[in-house]
Design a protein around this ligand. Structure first.
Ligand code: NAP
Length: 515
């Protein structure tokens, strides 16, 4: 009997042995900087003419590794290969396909510190954030493997005497998997393996900023024995490889996580039926957020302040679930400002491989410039209460920044900044606070801090987000515990890590035999 799904425990870095293992892993990954990682098409490792250099955002002079860059032609070859592999992979049972995921989870557990260390160096994740990313990747493997087995079981139908009826789920075809850099192992693993365990074959295009951890995912899948052709690996630019995958007539579905801008572009392009295409492409798109935490006059203010700071500034605010708006009842506004500033000023900003750092860099030059430009916009829209400046010139560090007295309609209260910037907004009543929280195009996560049952129940009905939390931070969703996905411009609400997720990569077939 398969044991019930349990979330992978986080590493206890306060323990000297665990700490020593992580230090050793970071040192070992640093020595891999001359490694070059290939594309995989039909199982063949391919070196191309161009290399993507993966840069450590904590020390921009430092290279983490190099990955060969694919082109639109590689994407097309990969789709053709995936279509061939689909003919036999799709016929295997759910239970057989699930076994590859269990095996991959075991390999990731063995390589846990190395994988986390890679993300510390490549994505600028602090130790705890990188460890949580690896744990989530393992969770996705364990969870989707179990879900696949459940999906393969006979489905209940109403019986009639004169017929034998059956309904079962079959895969869709070739999928394009287009992933972001901010959860470069967890989200990539979840998106890729959910699709293949359901019987599809895929072409995986990781984000340009984090190709090394993606290449290591491929090593894991290879070691787990996933047959050649099932996952085709084509790192490369969104405009070339990404668009070739989206536009291809043999692409049956696109699973995308990333920004609203690119998600909308993919959705639109995928809607066009290409010559020779015999289906409507399915698009699963998980996009940005403008997440709010509401604090009412009855809340535990110390706790609320700690959780807001963690939600806003851990991983430098680069989570789709990060709190970028704190909506505070006017009667506790000043007290909350004091608490938020005290906690924020104590945050240790520093290189992600330093075990003591609590806030690392933003991912790259583009992100750095974008966040700094929003800080400039913020100066005209609110009062700068803390931060606002680059924190070190060696990497892409930005001080945790808080703006007070921001209007709900201000740009820094409406647009996703994706950096360590928090806007404080005053509300005259709880109902007004929820209206402000709902007043953006997004609807991903949100939290309410209150000890008033009526307020919590009001928020339960009226706060329009895919993931609503009470008296806890807005980040840190766990697989199986908090199925994840947002409303409106936050995406298609696919609920990753939930029981409905795999269905999106299947179609149902009903077979009826007259007796
Ligand atoms: P992004 O810029 O939209 O990129 C995401 C992926 O799309 C990358 O692999 C990118 O490739 C690719 N891409 C870019 N242009 C493309 C095109 N024209 N056609 C096809 N693919 C294309 O997003 P990001 O900066 O990596 O990630 C941050 C965003 O993701 C934030 O908005 C965040 O809120 C969102 N996010 C959402 C969730 C969720 O569950 N809702 C989770 C995590 C992140 P390149 O690397 O070449 O640009």
């Amino acid at each position: 009997m398969l044991p019930e799904f349990r979330n992978e425990p986080f590493s206890q870095f306060s323990h000297p042995d665990v700490r020593a293992q992580m230090i050793a892993a970071i040192e070992a990954v640093k020595r891999e900087q001359d490694n070059k990682y290939p594309l995989y098409i039909d199982g063949e490792a391919i070196a191309t003419e161009k290399l993507i250099e993966s840069i450590n955002p904590s020390r921009k002079e430092e290279i983490v590794g190099r990955v060969y860059e694919g082109t639109a032609e590689h994407a097309q070859r990969a789709i053709a290969g995936a279509a061939r592999a689909f003919t036999w992979w799709s016929k295997k049972s759910f239970a057989e396909r699930a076994r590859y995921l269990f095996k991959a989870a075991a390999i990731m557990r063995r390589r846990k510190f190395e994988l986390s260390a890679t993300m510390v160096l490549e994505a600028g994740k602090t130790w705890a954030e990188a460890d949580a990313d690896t744990a989530e990747a393992i969770d996705f493997l364990e969870f989707y493997a179990r879900e696949a087995i459940r999906l393969g079981e006979p489905q209940p139908l109403t019986r009639i005497r004169e017929e034998d009826n059956e309904l079962y789920y079959i895969p869709l075809g070739v999928g394009a998997i287009i992933t972001p850099w901010n959860f470069p192992l967890a989200i990539l693993t979840g998106m890729t393996t959910s699709a293949i365990v359901a019987g599809n074959t895929v072409v995986l295009k990781p984000a340009m900023q984090t190709p090394v951890i993606a290449a290591k995912f491929m090593e894991v899948m290879k070691e787990a024995g996933v047959p050649a052709g099932v996952i085709q690996f084509v790192p490369g630019a969104g405009e070339t490889v990404g668009e070739a995958l989206v536009d291809h007539p043999q692409t049956r579905f696109i699973s995308f996580t990333g920004s609203r801008r690119i998600g909308c572009r993919i959705y639109e392009r995928a809607a066009k039926v290409q010559p020779g295409q015999i289906w409507l492409k399915r698009v699963i798109a998980e996009m940005g957020g403008k997440d709010a935490i509401v604090v009412d006059e009855h809340a535990d203010l110390d706790d609320a302040a700690r959780q807001i700071v963690a939600s806003a500034f851990h991983f430098a605010g680069q989570k789709c679930s990060a709190c970028s708006r704190a909506i505070l009842h006017e009667s506790i506004y000043d007290e909350m400002v004091e608490r938020l500033l005290a906690i924020t000023k104590d945050l240790r900003v520093g290189e992600a491989d330093n075990a003591d750092s609590q806030v690392g860099p933003v991912i790259d030059e583009g992100a750095f410039q974008k966040v700094m430009s929003y800080i400039e916009i913020g100066q005209g829209e609110g009062t700068l209460l803390c931060g606002g400046k680059p924190a070190s010139e060696h990497g892409y560090f930005i001080e945790p920044t808080i703006f007070g007295d921001v209007q709900p309609t201000a740009r820094i209260a409406q647009e996703e900044i994706f950096g360590p910037v928090l806007a404080l907004i005053k509300a005259g009543s709880f109902e007004e606070a929820i209206d402000i929280a709902n007043g953006t195009d997004y609807g991903l996560t949100g939290s309410v801090f209150s000890r008033d049952r009526d307020h919590l129940e009001y928020a339960r009905v009226n706060f329009q987000v895919g993931n609503l939390y009470f008296n806890r931070k807005s980040t840190g969703a766990l697989v199986g515990v908090h199925p994840f996905g947002g409303f409106n411009m936050s995406g298609t609400d696919s609920k990753a890590g939930g029981r409905d997720y795999l269905l999106q990569f299947t179609q149902a077939k009903a077979v009826s035999e007259r007796l």
